[in-house]
Ligand binder design. Structure first.
Ligand SMILES: Nc1nc2c(ncn2[C@@H]2O[C@H](COP(=O)(O)OP(=O)(O)OP(=O)(O)O)[C@@H](O)[C@H]2O)c(=O)[nH]1
Ligand SMILES: [Mg+2]
Length: 483
């Protein structure tokens, strides 16, 4: 059930984004959409909305004072004196079930002025519509079976996508790639469950419905599929949300210079005074279709300066939220003190070590320095110069390669992008493991059935076949109003 109102309500909202635009759209959806639309628009062709062919556009005046419903319509002269024309625009009627919500939908396309759009919305409310809640159109599409839950989530991902790769994955999920795979696995489990339960019912008659070996094989295959999907979750999350790269190192090694060159703008203050950066500086870019958030931090050193200490605390906090840490060394200093005196911190995160300022090292000395460094540490080390830009492309490629390991072609299987899906798959994995262990130990089929049902339900949660109001409310409240 919807938190407020029911699907019998007709809802309306501004569907385009706030601000000025060439065109703005107000969307009306529900059983009375046509009736409400007829009170708000007057077609120039004098046709009534009811008679329009679905999915065709028609020029209309959009009226402020709601026109009384047909039947109680006043004489044309009185009607003319009370109504006000808000704007002129185009109207389209999308007949149920061939609309986004699978309900009757009227869209009013007017000029993209927020004031105009608000007045059109007010006119719709005065004519009997209710203002839609966040995500209510998509929620209706889900409740009416137009989309499953994973596709509804993909609608939001499409709207929010910040990178090409994120958009590509959202579109694949919207087309139902994940849903189909989940349905296949779930159907197989439900089939096995039916056999198992039938076996339980007819146990006394000694009929075996699925052989033990066959059951084990089928469960193992399903488990392997679930694990295959889980293995893509980390890449999926990064592709959808982007990767967070935190730059750390001692003062003056060129962290802020690196941030600036990667962003190609002078975002952070750079000086030759150690301890310049005191705060966290964060900025996003897109590299090869992948969204990357770069975070510059205060240089790490022993200090008694109160402000710098706070900066160092924040730097450590930022490290904990990193997908990858870039540890920056000063190459010029390295050449001077010798590689054997370099101490690299122990980092729990994925990390890359960059040796900066290689423009200050003699060309002939670079290779021996890196050979020694690679012998001295297990870390991957990359030469760069924030000043000349040398090595920055290789650095970007290396960061991408850490995360985009799977090919992104649809033929290579589904990629899991949502934490909610990952968690459900983990529950399915645990239940499948449990059921296999039970069969192998010769436990009663009744107990195996409980685990099989658990696995099927966990998969069902992904597509919304099994779900609670609370989960639905949480998912749809993330949407904007009008979607
Ligand atoms: N020659 C050369 N100088 C560099 C390079 N990168 C940075 N520098 C210089 O090194 C000094 C320190 O640079 P910053 O970017 O402020 O260093 P930081 O690591 O952010 O320093 P803190 O904020 O104090 O921790 C500045 O004088 C930069 O111009 C480089 O690749 N080559
Ligand atoms: Mg700095």
């Amino acid at each position: 059930m919807l938190a407020a109102g029911t699907p019998e309500d007709t809802i309306c909202a501004i569907a385009t984004s706030a601000g000025e635009g060439g065109i703005g759209i107000v969307r009306i959806s529900g059983p009375n959409a046509v009736d409400i639309g007829s009170r708000v628009v007057r077609l120039r062709s004098k046709q009534s909305l009811q008679t329009l062919a679905s999915h065709t556009l028609h020029l209309a005046d959009i009226l402020f004072a709601p026109v009384p419903s047909i039947g109680s319509r006043p004489a044309p002269e009185t009607r003319h004196s009370t109504e006000q024309i808000i704007d002129e625009g185009l109207v389209v009627y999308m007949k149920a079930p061939r609309s986004f919500t699978a309900e009757d939908v009227i869209e009013i396309h007017c000029h993209g002025s927020w004031l105009v759009l608000q007045r059109v919305c007010e006119a719709c409310v005065a004519a009997g519509a209710r203002l839609a809640q966040a995500g209510e159109f998509t929620k209706r599409a889900f409740l009416n079976g137009r989309l499953d839950l994973s596709q509804a989530e993909a609608v939001l991902d499409t709207i929010r996508a910040k990178s090409e790769l994120g958009l590509k994955l959202a579109q694949r999920q919207l087309r139902g790639e994940l849903a189909q795979q989940v349905h296949r696995l779930r159907t197989r489990l439900v089939g096995l469950l039916a056999h198992l339960e039938a076996g339980i019912d007819f146990a006394a008659e000694d009929i075996t419905f699925v052989g033990r070996e066959e059951m084990i094989l089928s469960l193992q295959e399903t488990l392997a599929h679930v694990r295959q999907m889980l293995a893509t979750a980390e890449t999926g999350r990064i592709l959808r949300d982007g990767v967070r790269v935190v730059i750390i190192g001692e003062p003056n090694v060129g962290k802020s210079s690196l941030l600036n060159s990667l962003l190609r703008e002078s975002r952070a203050i750079v000086t030759d005074i150690p301890g310049t950066t005191r705060d966290i500086i964060e900025e996003s870019v897109v590299w090869f279709g992948l969204q990357v958030t770069l975070v510059d931090t205060a240089g790490l050193r022993d200090t008694t300066d109160f402000v710098e200490l706070e900066g160092i605390r924040r730097s450590k906090e930022a490290q904990n939220q990193a997908d990858i840490v870039l540890y920056v060394l000063d190459g010029a200093q390295l050449a001077k003190i010798g590689v054997e005196n370099v101490r690299l911190p122990s980092l729990v995160h994925e990390h890359l070590c960059v040796v900066n300022k290689i423009d200050l090292i003699k060309a002939a000395a670079i290779q021996p320095l890196f050979d020694a460094l690679r012998a001295h540490t297990k870390w991957e080390v990359l030469p760069i110069s924030a000043q000349t830009g040398e090595g920055l492309n290789a650095l970007k490629q290396a960061i991408r390669a850490q995360f985009v390991k799977t090919s992104l072609e649809p033929d290579d299987g589904v990629i899991v992008t949502h934490v909610r899906h990952r968690m459900a798959l983990e529950r399915a994995e645990a239940s499948l493991q449990e059921s296999l262990a039970s069969i192998e130990r010769g436990i009663e089929p009744e107990f195996v059935a409980v685990d099989l049902r658990g696995a099927a339900d966990a998969l069902g949660e992904i597509v919304g076949a099994i779900t609670s109001d609370e989960v639905l409310d949480r998912i749809f409240s993330e949407f904007c109003i009008g979607k």
